[in-house]
Design a protein around this ligand. Structure first.
Ligand code: SF4
Length: 454
């Protein structure tokens, strides 16, 4: 777990700071970002970061303190931000609810600090309250997406979330998610998990069931539990891992996260046997990230049979094993069959996620070879007709590949226990037409959200 936003430097922790920090680290919190809100707080945050290996700091002026930001204090923040454990400029932003600084000062300070972040190449930690339109307009106008950042304690609506996500910002959620009738949780459940961070905002915003107590990082688990409930069937471990990796990527906390050959999501174990593919889909996750649900899938080299088997671990924890689609698994057909044979000898359910081009790749009908080894095949048809497929999926086999994918699905239906075709809910895809195609084939259809992977 990574607490992406806490204020452990402030006086509420003066009596027991050490215990609070130690109890967090001994109960599964791996790292804490301690967020500065003015010059003194930024200095104290760095002091904490110097004392604890797994505490990082930010430096900046909160909108409440914006009236005190001068050219000189901005220069001080700039100096502090060169410290090796300062990972962001923040917290900065607009608070038109409490208005503890005049709005003109808030706007000026927000813009000055975004420019500083861009100069330093650091992400920003943004606080917004009752000023969503103004804050998003400033983020756009200043091209803040060049450094990115997080909108902490997100309380905007879905439309505002979309604007922030399109600029590449992360959204961070805290104890407010656990409050009854939380509007925030209605928005959170619609956000791609790969864009979510978790935080406590300690000592504020304690989650239920600790609502009446001072908040502290050890209570982060309640936020993760609530997100797990919202994103069911993802597990607590999934949400913990994904949000931790998101924080590492944003704040550049770990330079290398090892790539995975076998990786769990929900109650499935996925196998990543190749990154090669015969398509170059415009929407492919590989175009913009190495990560799926918090796992690094960018292989340094393709695994051997022994490497795949060694990566399996304890299989009885899983309902199924899935040859995943971060690359086209049938390109490595021999390995796929050998591994599937091993899995069937252990009585595992085996699913193959494929682009349906195995017969084109091997220039023969490979489906009879899958019989008895693959229980479920999930074929990415993606769209409702051939020219859209050519335009969006860009197969190396050129035109008419769509028809060949459908022919592959028909073969699978003949030989395998279960065949599913999947399509994407992109605006250009006619889902009713997809239904009609699936019905005609007598094959189950599954609609995938095009911006959700894994
Ligand atoms: S078929 Fe899958 S792995 Fe291949 S390019 Fe398309 S989305 Fe990516």
């Amino acid at each position: 777990m990574i607490d992406s936003h806490a204020h452990l430097d402030i006086k509420q922790f003066d009596q027991d700071r050490l215990q609070v920090i130690e109890s967090a680290f001994s109960s599964g919190v791996e790292k804490i970002i301690n967020v500065g809100y003015n010059l003194e707080s930024s200095q104290r945050s760095i002091q904490l970061a110097d004392e604890y290996k797994e505490i990082y700091a930010t430096a900046g002026f909160h909108p409440h303190d914006a009236k005190d930001l001068t050219e000189q204090s901005l220069g001080e923040i700039q100096k502090l931000a060169t410290h090796k454990k300062v990972v962001a400029i923040g917290e900065i932003g607009l608070d038109f609810y409490r208005n503890l600084s005049p709005r003109t000062d808030q706007i000026k300070a927000f813009k000055m600090q975004i420019h500083l972040a861009k100069e330093l190449g650091l992400p920003i930690v943004v606080h917004v309250r009752d000023a969503w339109e103004e804050a998003l307009a400033i983020l756009k106008e200043t091209e803040a997406e060049k450094v990115g950042g997080v909108l902490h304690s997100f309380t905007g609506n879905l439309e505002q979330a979309d604007i922030a996500l399109n600029m590449g910002f992360y959204l961070s959620f805290n104890g407010m998610l656990t409050y009854p009738d939380s509007k925030t949780s209605k928005v959170a459940r619609k956000i791609p998990m790969d864009s979510i961070l978790v935080e406590t905002d300690s000592p504020y915003l304690s989650p239920i069931p600790k609502k009446d107590k001072r908040n502290q990082p050890v209570y982060l688990k309640f936020v993760i539990e609530e997100l797990t409930r919202l994103f069911s069937p993802l597990s607590f471990q999934d949400v913990e891992r994904i949000t931790a990796v998101n924080a590492c990527l944003l704040f550049n906390l770990i330079t290398t996260i090892p790539c995975q050959v076998a990786y769990p999501i929900r109650d499935s174990l996925y196998l990543n046997i190749t990154n090669q593919c015969t398509n170059a889909c415009v929407f492919c996750v590989r175009n913009y990230t190495d990560f799926v649900k918090g796992h690094n899938l960018r292989l340094n080299q393709e695994p051997t049979f022994n490497e795949v088997i060694n990566a399996l671990g304890q299989l009885d924890k899983y309902r199924e094993v899935v040859f995943c689609g971060y690359g086209e698994p049938t390109i490595r057909l021999d390995l796929l069959l050998e591994v599937a044979r091993h899995l069937k000898s252990k009585n595992m359910q085996v699913r193959l996620n494929t682009n349906g081009q195995g017969n084109l790749i091997h220039q023969r009908n490979i489906v009879p070879e899958l019989a008895g080894l693959i229980d479920v095949v999930s074929i990415s048809l993606n769209v409702d007709e051939s020219s859209k497929y050519d335009r969006l999926c860009k197969s190396s086999f050129g035109k008419n590949t769509y028809d060949k994918v459908i022919a592959f699905a028909k073969e699978c239906k003949k030989y395998l226990p279960k065949t599913v075709i999947t399509v994407l809910d992109m605006p250009e895809v006619d889902l009713q037409e997809c239904e009609r195609i699936a019905q005609k084939l007598g094959i189950e259809l599954r609609v995938r959200h095009y911006n959700v992977v894994g």
